[in-house]
Design a protein around this ligand. Structure first.
Ligand code: 5AD
Length: 351
């Protein structure tokens, strides 16, 4: 057995690797090692979650953002993007459609748009809770005051997604001129402390990102132990300063997905839209490499193309209905079972 194979076997058996071991693995694996890694990740996923794939209805309710992240298509400095903001009634109409399609988790995502004050969000969450007492409500609205996070949790938000983006402080500071590395981590810790099921995660293939940086991403996740982990390739957007950069590959991203499954085995890991954008089967490959969540976009088609964090995002013209049934059929064809329940994380629910 090669040393690589030994390392992979150790990762499978102990759910742990040092930063040095991860870095070595990232820099020295062969195509065959990669297949072995994916197989271990799939087995681990099956051990914790069986064959199930959970669906979440994603509502992108505003593309207005006060931040200016160098990679992102809806950064404040991009004057070319047509901005939109759904009203609370519009968001409720989306939830209604999502509910009728069978989704029992709604993910409300937006740019950092302070038009949605704490008061407006509280009222919105109360309305959603009243109509759908049993659904899980996930927020993905970026950095706010701890007190705001508390108020939103108190009225029924269950989960919060906020990627740490990169665990390298130097790289983080280069990419986020309007944000602070420590603030991000403080928000993530506060969310967890309040009682949210928390999602963190990062991009793969950022300009200047090293194998050691990616190893650090996994070590940070291992330590923080989030309920959800979002990992996607960086895809350059032509209206951003990173337009000429290379972007992440499918292979590099899948390797990180599989390692995340091995190191944080009880986490929920989405097969991200960004992976589906790089390759028609990108999300299917991710499910085979340890992912277990798919997040179909149920944003109204009239504004969907405007929520372009990166270009050529899949699903732009889909009606949500088409999306739901097409999803089910490829997920089943790949050998998995769609589960339309809330799909809470194993860390959160007792076995
Ligand atoms: N390519 C890939 N992912 C991106 N995101 C933002 N911009 C891009 C891009 N150009 C990711 C960030 C963010 C999530 C919602 O989308 O990681 O947290």
């Amino acid at each position: 057995m090669s040393d690589l194979h030994n390392l992979l076997e150790k990762a499978y058996r102990t759910n742990d690797l040092t930063k040095k071991e991860i870095t070595y693995l990232l820099e020295n694996h062969s195509d065959v090692d990669r297949e072995v890694l994916y197989a271990y990740a799939l087995k681990t996923k099956q051990k914790y979650y069986g064959n199930k794939v959970y669906l979440r209805g994603l509502i992108e309710f505003s593309n207005i953002c006060r931040q200016d992240c160098l990679y992102c298509g809806i950064r404040a400095s991009n004057t070319k993007v047509e901005r939109y903001r759904l009203s609370p009634e519009g968001i409720l109409a989306c939830c209604d459609q999502g509910y009728r399609l069978g989704y029992r988790t709604f993910v409300l995502q937006s740019g950092e748009d302070l038009w949605y004050t704490k008061e407006i969000l509280v009222e919105l969450l109360q309305a959603i809770r009243k109509s759908y007492p049993e659904v899980a409500i996930t927020l993905s609205i970026g950095e706010r005051r701890t007190e705001t996070y508390q108020s939103l949790f108190a009225v029924g938000a269950d989960r919060f997604l906020m990627r740490h983006e990169t665990a390298s402080q130097e790289l983080y500071e280069k990419l986020h001129p309007t944000m602070q590395f420590e603030d991000r981590r403080a928000c993530l810790s506060a969310l967890k402390e309040i009682g949210y099921q928390v999602g963190a995660g990062f991009m793969v293939g950022l300009p200047g990102q090293t194998s050691a940086d990616l190893a650090e991403d996994l070590r940070y996740l291992k330590e923080f132990h989030p309920d959800m982990i979002g990992i996607g390739p960086f895809i350059p957007h032509s209206e951003t300063p990173l337009r000429a950069e290379k972007g992440g590959t499918i292979e590099a991203t899948l390797v990180m997905v599989a390692l995340a499954r091995l190191l944080i085995p009880d986490s929920l890991i989405p097969a991200t839209t960004a992976l589906g954008t790089l390759h028609p089967q990108g999300r299917e490959f991710a499910l085979q490499a340890g992912a277990n969540v798919v997040m179909p976009i149920i944003t109204p088609v009239s504004v969907r193309k405007q929520y372009a964090l990166y270009e050529n995002k899949i699903g732009g013209d889909d009606q949500p209905e088409d999306c739901r049934y097409r999803l089910e059929s490829w997920i089943q064809a790949a050998g998995f079972d769609v589960d339309l329940g809330r799909g809470d994380s194993r860390q959160f629910v007792a076995w």
